[in-house]
Design a protein around this ligand. Structure first.
Ligand code: ADP
Length: 504
């Protein structure tokens, strides 16, 4: 049990740490701090390195100059053959002491003739550099810095200038420089190392200070820079909690402004949706209430009268029946509309013969047309097969033709024209009816919109027919257009892709 508890505790701590690292603020802080720290370290290393290089260079040049002078003195006093010169010995010791080093004079037999440490005198030196210098007769000096052991090793050739016998024309001059020996010197770099240590200590102190300043700066900046995000979160929370429905505002960065704009756009859209939902609900209740109110009025007036004649009863009852039919129609239309709102995923696509489908719909509409003395015709000069939802497209045709009949004049005509190109098929419903006023054309697809409410009610309109038709067309990714001349007639044109564009 304890084991599990401790495991759960570990997990909780781990999750907490993970959440901390998810914070933009913490990440920003870490990135700034690491950048500052790394720059300090690189600067530290570079400065110390360049100081060391420069100090070693200066020191070896200085010592080499002294050694060259000394090498000349060695030749003057013939020291390679005779090491008894007090002056040279003193000079050698002085140099060794001055630079806290060791000087060895080596002749051309690789023998040490003098060692200021007095250890290697008489011994043979087989150092590669010394051998090379003597063998090749190289006149240049050589310095080698051994930083691990803290010394610079220098090789200085001891050179004599010899006059060449006349007649020797193999050499291009009359004097020749010959390497007679070598000065092998090692000089301690302790002073450089000490300075380096002091420099390093100071740099470290300074860097610690800089790093501390960077940490404080990073903390302050990350706090301040990300503050607008906190403001946005709290503003969004206020909207969420319902304290306000005002769009979020605030002086911000470009990025936060984009978030705010997107959020405000979302808020506006939600408001539009909410308004339209409320309007829809109030419209629905109003529309549903109207027939019920009529029924209630009819029933009440029947009940309030005594000895009502049979015909009156019949008349009232038939009116009540009509209102019930109306209610039924509204409910059916609403159900059809709700189904359409479920987007294109609700389509049942099959390959449909559009001409026969239209014929079937028109056949159903003929009795109503006949009742109004309206001539209903179909014109189609080609066979059309399309991938569509049969039920929904027949709803479209039915609603358009029904309107063309309903809003027609006595003895008018309704013509349905079918046509197709290689991509779309079109259905045109042309009537010779009352027409639609221009300012109503933009509204006729709205739910419950009717140009003339009382007339529409009279002829049994719900104001939902065109809404249903348009939704069905849009689900097929088609288009619906209307042209109308008041008093002359209306043309509705529907265009639908022959091949279903996808049922997403
Ligand atoms: P309704 O059930 O009232 O017919 P619709 O959504 O089908 O509802 O149509 C909306 C309104 O558009 C109708 O009330 C009517 O005023 C007008 N309308 C539709 N089709 C025609 C047409 N062919 N001719 C004249 N007016 C029409």
């Amino acid at each position: 049990m304890d084991f599990f508890l401790s495991k759960i505790r570990d997990l909780a701590i781990w999750l907490k740490i993970r959440n901390i690292f998810k914070s933009l603020r913490v990440r920003f802080f870490i990135v700034v701090s690491i950048t500052g720290l790394l720059s300090c370290l690189v600067m530290h290393a570079l400065i110390l390195q360049s100081y060391e290089d420069r100090a070693v260079n200066v020191k070896s040049t200085e010592v080499q100059t002294q050694l060259r002078i000394l090498a000349n003195h060695l030749i003057t006093y013939n020291y390679l053959q005779d090491t008894s010169s007090e002056l040279i010995n003193a000079e050698l010791d002085m140099l060794a002491n001055l630079y806290d080093g060791r000087v060895m004079v080596i002749n051309d037999d690789l023998k040490v003739v003098k060692d200021t440490y007095n250890i290697s005198q008489g011994k043979t030196i087989i150092s590669e550099e010394v051998v090379n210098c003597l063998k090749t007769g190289s006149k240049g000096t050589l310095s080698k810095y051994d930083s691990a052991n803290g010394y610079i090793e220098m090789i200085t050739p001891i050179i004599t200038t010899e006059v060449i016998e006349e007649g020797d024309i193999s050499v291009g001059g009359n004097s020749n420089e010959v390497v007679r020996g070598v000065l092998l010197t090692s000089v301690s770099t302790e002073t450089i190392d000490n300075t380096l240590d002091i420099l390093s200590q100071r740099a470290t102190t300074l860097e610690t200070l800089i790093v501390l300043i960077i940490l404080v700066f990073a903390a302050l900046v990350s706090y301040a820079l990300l503050k607008p995000f906190d403001r946005i979160t709290s503003a969004i929370n206020d909207v969420k909690e319902g304290f306000t429905d005002k769009p979020v505002v605030g002086p911000n960065y470009l990025e936060t402004e984009q978030i705010i704009n997107a959020f405000n756009a979302l808020l506006r859209r939600m408001k539009v949706l909410d308004d339209s939902r409320q309007e829809f609900v109030s419209n629905v209740s109003h529309e549903l209430k109207t027939p019920i109110t009529s029924i209630k009025v009819l029933a009440d007036s029947l009940l309030s009268q005594e000895d009502v004649p049979n015909e009156v009863y019949r008349e009232f009852m038939s009116d009540i029946g009509e209102e019930i039919d109306r209610e039924d129609k509204i409910i059916n239309d609403l159900l059809a509309l709700v189904k359409m709102d479920k987007k294109a995923s609700g389509l049942t696509i099959t390959s449909v013969d559009v001409v026969s489908l239209t014929e079937v719909v028109l056949k159903r509409m003929r009795p109503i047309a006949r009742k109004h003395n309206i001539d209903l015709t179909l014109e189609s000069n080609r066979a059309i097969t399309a991938e569509i939802d049969e039920v929904k497209i027949s709803l479209v045709i039915m609603n358009l033709v029904e309107n063309a009949i309903k809003y027609n004049k006595e003895n008018g005509t309704v013509k349905v024209e079918l046509d197709a190109d290689h991509q779309y098929f079109s259905i045109k419903v042309i009537d010779t009816g009352i027409g639609i006023p221009q300012d109503s054309l933009d509204h006729i697809y709205e739910r419950f919109y009717r140009v003339d409410k009382s007339r529409s009610r009279e002829i049994g309109g719900t104001g939902l027919g065109l809404s249903i038709a348009r939704n069905a067309v849009l689900m097929h990714r088609g288009s619906i257009d209307v042209q109308s001349t008041l008093g002359e007639g209306t043309i509705f044109t529907v265009r639908i892709p022959l091949i279903s564009v996808g049922t997403k």
